[in-house]
Write a protein that binds this ligand. Structure first.
Ligand SMILES: O=c1ccn([C@@H]2O[C@H](COP(=O)(O)OP(=O)(O)O[C@H]3O[C@H](CO)[C@@H](O)[C@H](O)[C@H]3O)[C@@H](O)[C@H]2O)c(=O)[nH]1
Length: 449
């Protein structure tokens, strides 16, 4: 790009939270703004830093995150995010000062709601800031409901309440609420309070879409002091082949998919952070084998703590499934879900995976693990009706039944048809005059400050 011409463009500084499920939507937002004439600077931590060579259109700036090795090694998300918010504020402010000095005026700072330290740094330089929410409105409302339960002295709640509906959110049961998986409730409650707070930020950009959550978004807008812009699904703003993966994608699985009949393959993946119990791997494998369906299974390195996954598979599994299955360490997921051969998705229900699946009309089998995944699974299975949830202890027979139902059984036809209809709704929402299309235009107008 012509340097001088580049300098004349208004600049937005984006600060993603350094996890795959957060980096992706932030960089996709960057792609949307870049296509509308903005120069983009991505300020990222050393920990899990994105690969700049995959995004030559952006400027990348690294800040020291001060995370101790033992905190990183623990993989404790609560500790890592809390640590980043303590350690990154000053490095970010210094970085922002340098950007303004070298690159000229910055239009605004957009930060992931978990990177709330960014707001103070933007304020100190008198720059407007905008929040990006990478979870959906239902999860946000669930966090508000949890805080409400705390105020009423009803949190942590009793086991006997788990199956009951949440008073503020009757579509969810207590067991669907996105509580912490760590034994540090105070830290967790502080983090969600910070993440839900708009502070002095000027607006909220949301990776969701009206056709999935309009009534809730309207209700949240009434309670929110600043405008909300639901412009998702954001992966639609980046080309299908573009990727901000931290792990290397194995594209051989696309060649394998190319050889499979239409809608014949179940895609199995649990995102970038979920760990799988050793016992669950064997049950999952048993289910996949007994379902007699084709499958593409992502087994991420390190996702099965302390074990080599291959040792956990039932004896003879690989021989039995033979050409019927393909196992990779990391897949180009957007391309996989958009592939004609894929007919179903066994997922942990991370919000990006959920949106990527809905946007391609792929029905889901939900196996949520923690946090917002529980909310998403309930919405997929019981609100939108585009999937099934595996709720009890994982059992191979149940997995096989669910796989057959979602892929081929007559009983699953309604779910398949509904999933397909959601693809259409997303296309309408993203197309000219659609809700997300309009919200993006309103955001751009708003950003002229
Ligand atoms: O083999 C793979 C597997 C995943 N992905 C991508 O990785 C992202 C994963 O994101 P997500 O599905 O949201 O899952 P997590 O990585 O688990 O994301 C975290 O962040 C999300 C956004 O806040 C939350 O919804 C999740 O619960 C939380 O675990 C998606 O864009 C996928 O396309 C790949 O590219 N290849």
């Amino acid at each position: 790009m012509d340097q001088n011409q580049g300098e004349r463009k208004p600049r937005v500084v984006l600060i993603p939270c350094p996890f795959q499920g957060h980096i992706n939507p932030m960089l996709q937002l960057g792609a949307a703004l870049h296509s509308k004439g903005y120069s983009i600077t991505i300020v990222h931590t050393q920990y899990n830093s994105p690969n700049p060579s995959r995004h030559p259109e952006f400027d990348f700036q690294s800040i020291q995150d001060g995370l101790a090795e033992d905190v990183i090694d623990s993989g404790n998300l609560l500790e890592i995010i809390t640590g980043l918010n303590i350690k990154c504020k000053h490095p970010f402010q210094e970085c922002l000062e340098q950007i303004v000095l070298r690159r000229g005026q910055v239009t605004c700072v957009i930060y992931d709601d978990l990177m709330y330290f960014a707001e103070a740094a933007a304020n100190n330089l008198e720059l407007p800031s905008i929040i990006l929410r990478t979870i959906n409105a239902a999860t946000f409302a669930s966090r508000l409901a949890i805080m409400h339960l705390v105020e009423e002295g009803r949190f942590p709640f009793q086991d006997s309440a788990l199956g009951e509906p949440v008073p503020d959110l009757p579509l969810l049961r207590f067991k669907d609420l996105p509580v912490s998986k760590y034994n540090a409730q105070d830290k967790f409650l502080k983090l969600i309070a910070e993440a839900c707070h708009t502070r002095t930020s000027s607006a909220v950009v949301w990776n969701t879409i009206d056709c999935l959550e309009q009534p809730l978004l309207a209700q949240l807008q009434k309670q929110c002091p600043v405008p909300i812009f639901p412009i998702g699904p954001m992966h639609k703003y980046a080309p299908p082949s573009s990727s901000s993966s931290l792990l290397k994608e194995d594209t051989n699985c696309i060649s394998w998919l190319n050889k499979q009949p239409e809608k014949s393959v179940l895609y199995v993946s649990f995102g970038s952070v979920v760990s799988i119990q050793e016992t669950e791997i064997a049950e999952m494998a048993r289910g996949l084998a007994n379902s007699e369906q084709k499958f593409l299974w992502v087994i991420r390195p390190g996702s099965i703590l302390g074990s080599e996954w291959i040792e956990l598979l039932p004896k003879g599994f690989l021989e039995t499934v033979g050409q019927r299955g393909c196992i990779v360490k990391w897949a180009p997921q957007k391309q996989v879900l958009a592939h004609a051969a894929v007919g179903g998705f066994l997922t942990h229900c991370g919000w990006n995976s959920t949106l990527e699946s809905i946007a391609e009309g792929v029905p889901m089998i939900c196996r949520p693990n923690f946090g917002d995944q529980l909310v998403n699974a309930r919405y997929i299975s019981h609100v939108w009706g585009i999937g099934l949830q595996l709720e009890s202890k994982l059992d191979g027979e149940e997995v096989a039944r669910a796989v057959r139902r979602i892929m081929v059984d007559e009983k699953g036809e309604e779910i398949r048809v509904r999933a397909k209809s959601f693809k259409k709704k997303i296309e309408l929402g993203m197309g000219r005059g659609g809700s997300s299309y309009n919200a993006l235009n309103k955001l751009l107008e708003f950003m002229s400050f």
